[in-house]
Design a protein around this ligand. Sequence first.
Ligand code: ADP
Ligand code: MN
Ligand code: MN
Ligand code: MN
Ligand code: MN
Length: 383
Amino acid sequence: TLKLIPIKPKDKFEHIMDKIEEKIRQETFESMSYSQQNKYLPPYYCPRNLENTYKIECKLRKTRNRDSFDENLKDLPILSFDGKASGLTKRNSSDMYLIPRAIYGDPFKRGNNILVMCDTYTHRMEPTRTNHRYQCAATYNKCREHEPWFGVEQEFYLLNPTDSRPAGWPKCGFPRLSHQSYCGLGANKVVGRELVEAHYRCCLHAGIPMWGTNPELVPSQWEYQVGPSVGIDAGDDVWMSRYILNILGEKFGVVISFDPKPVANWVSSGAHINFSTLATRGVNGISAIQRGIKRLAAFHERHIQVYDPRGGLDNKKRLTADTGLTSAIDKFTAGIADRLVSVRIPRMVAEDKCGFLEDRRPASNSDPYRVINALMSTVILNE
Ligand code: ADP
Ligand code: MN
Ligand code: MN
Ligand code: MN
Ligand code: MN
């Protein structure tokens, strides 16, 4: 079974507990919405018996730090890192540059601490070969007035660090209940909820717009949704949410797997991207959505190339159509409320005649910068 390793704030904050009447705290807290509660909750795991103590501490710190990490991106230093150790160069003089691009609250250190999203540059100050943010930012700059929004559905598995099998699965064989965990309940169907909820809070603390979360089809498979985020922020937000998830995985003793097919012949993971613009969100936006889908159809092969890190090889294992869960990799399809297509128009969008489309093709390990770059280029710039 999954081993949860909580962090115990007990000793440090015990004194606060003495000062406050337990009952009042609890009632006030329970009457709050989830996002209100988050202001008081520790951004990561809170041991049940100490919950209330810890909440107070967070309140004191967070109000302060929110005010102070907002606007100094330009004041942050450019740092260097070892390009050789990172596999980005074979040169011996291997210093490369990190340029700060986005600031998030640090949910682990909290206080005034921040996490800084950077992109990478060679010694000649050219973007490195894995820096897909650079092109994405350039494309977004051409599209700003169209106000592109993106919402990403990130799926993943939790694996044991020892045997790389999904956490909570039997040592030999497979879970007795399978394909029954989607939005499910119960220890026989769902593994790791504590971690996923901790991740949700951490992301809110960081300043990432979270939409929701749900258990996926099999035990230890999960999804969370980020967004809608505006333009390039979507890529930053998703990468930062993945970073935070990995750190939490370490704390809980499980490996986070974004592999689209971590177990052969079992449910794959994707990263559906929901996309809208000023036009699709406006009156009769459905016609802009249909126009966008026509353009996407014409560029299908080119998009598949950038919808996973291996030029389509990962998605070849995932977009197989035969499982009755996905579309086929070699054929573009679209439909209303249909989840077996490349691009879906959600039922409510069809009813409202405006909103967003959902591109279901990106794999769980896709680089969101590459995917949203492709979507903006094709749908907005028609290139
Ligand atoms: P699904 O029904 O496909 O499972 P989810 O509820 O998991 O959908 O995810 C919905 C996603 O759509 C979220 O990531 C959310 O941010 C995104 N979204 C909602 N409205 C918009 C919009 N107007 N533009 C772009 N993305 C949107
Ligand atoms: Mn060093
Ligand atoms: Mn979803
Ligand atoms: Mn899903
Ligand atoms: Mn979806």
